[in-house]
Design a protein around this ligand. Structure first.
Ligand code: FAD
Length: 262
C-alpha cells in the first residue's frame, strides 16, 4: 500500500506547531477541517496520515495523527504542484471530512510521536542516499578531470579541482560514519534525534555541494540536462528543504547543545 503524510500547511511548514487543521469529535466519528500543502504521494496514496489539532489552542497542544482512507468524502485533492526534479506535491483540503473514531494513530495529543519515529528513520535513509549521490557526482568529476585538458594541463592536476575531490571524499567518509553510528544506536534502542538532525543537515549539504562541484568541473557539459548530474543536484536541493529545512535542524541541534527547552 502507498501512504502519504500530511503535516505542512500554507502557514505552518518548518514550524508545524502553528498548524490550524482541526479534528472535532462527533459521536463515534472525528470531523476534520483544514488545508495541507506540499504533500508527496497524495494522489497515489491508499491512505494518508494527517496531523490535526484536537481541542487546545496552545502551540503543540492537542496535535494528533489520524489515518484517512483514500476516497473518504470531504478529503479533496485540490491541486497538483510541479516541483524541481520532475516530481509533484499536492495541496489537499479537508471539508467536514468524517472518519471513524478509531482512526487515531497513536494517542490523542501525541501526534508527533509516530511522526518523529518515522522521520528519524527517514533522515538516516536520507544520509545513505546522499552518500550515493555524492559518490556518483565524484565519480563523474574524477572521470572528466582525468581526461580534460585546459591551458595544456589536465584538470586532475589543478589544485582547485584536487581540493574539491579531497573535500567531497572527506565529507563522504564523515557522513558514512555518522550514518553508521546513528544506525547502530537506533538498533540499540537509543534516541538518535540529535544525530538524525546532524545527518539531515550535513548529508544533504554535502551531496548538493558534491553535485555542484562536479557540474562546475564538467563545464558546459555539466549544465546540460543530458547527464544524470542535474537530476542528482535537484534531488539534493529538494532534500535540503523537505522534512525540515537545514536552518530548522541547525536550530534544534543548537538548542539541545545549549540545553534550551522547546
Ligand atoms: C519536495 C517536497 C516534498 C514535501 N513533502 C511533504 C509531505 O509529504 N508532507 C508534508 O507535510 N510536507 C511536505 N513538504 C513540506 C516541507 O516539509 C516544508 O516545505 C518544509 O518543512 C518547509 O516549510 P515551509 O515551506 O513552510 O517553509 P517555512 O517554514 O516558511 O521556512 C522558509 C525558510 O525560512 C527559514 N527558516 C524557517 N525557520 C527558521 C528558523 N527557525 N531559523 C532560521 N531560518 C528559518 C529557512 O531557510 C526555511 O527554508 C515537502 C516539501 C518539498 C519541497
Amino acid at each position: 500500500m502507498v501512504s502519504a503524510i500530511a503535516i505542512s500547511e500554507p502557514g505552518a511548514g518548518g514550524d508545524p506547531a502553528a498548524m490550524k487543521t482541526r479534528a472535532v469529535r462527533d459521536g463515534d466519528q472525528w470531523v476534520l477541517n483544514g488545508r495541507k500543502i506540499w504533500i508527496s504521494n497524495a494522489r497515489a496514496a491508499d491512505f494518508i496520515i494527517v496531523m490535526a489539532r484536537v481541542g487546545s489552542d496552545a502551540r503543540q497542544g492537542g496535535i494528533t495523527s489520524f489515518i484517512v482512507e483514500k476516497d473518504t468524502p470531504g478529503f479533496v485533492i485540490e491541486r497538483e504542484i510541479p516541483m524541481l526534479g520532475g516530481g509533484s506535491t499536492y495541496e489537499i483540503v479537508f471539508e467536514d471530512c468524517r472518519i471513524p473514531a478509531d482512526s487515531v494513530l497513536g494517542e490523542i495529543g501525541k501526534g508527533y510521536a509516530p511522526m518523529q519515529l518515522r522521520l528519524r528513520t527517514r533522515r538516516l535513509e536520507m544520509g545513505s542516499t546522499c552518500i550515493g549521490i555524492a559518490r556518483r557526482a565524484l565519480d563523474m568529476l574524477c572521470e572528466h578531470a582525468r581526461q580534460r585538458e585546459t591551458f595544456g594541463v589536465k584538470l586532475a592536476d589543478r589544485q582547485a579541482i584536487q581540493w574539491w575531490i579531497a573535500d567531497i571524499s572527506t565529507r563522504m567518509h564523515a557522513c558514512r560514519l555518522m550514518v553508521r553510528d546513528a544506525a547502530d544506536k537506533t538498533d540499540r534502542g537509543e534516541d538518535v534525534r540529535h544525530e538524525a538532525s546532524m545527518i539531515k543537515v550535513f548529508a544533504t549539504e554535502m551531496a548538493y555541494e558534491a553535485c555542484d562541484h562536479a557540474m562546475q568541473t564538467l563545464g558546459a557539459l555539466g549544465m546540460t540536462l543530458e547527464l544524470p548530474l542535474n537530476a542528482l543536484w535537484q534531488k539534493a536541493r529538494l532534500m535540503r528543504m523537505y522534512e525540515g529545512p537545514s536552518e530548522v535542524h541547525r536550530q534544534s541541534i543548537a538548542r539541545r547543545v545549549l540545553g534550551l527547552r522547546g
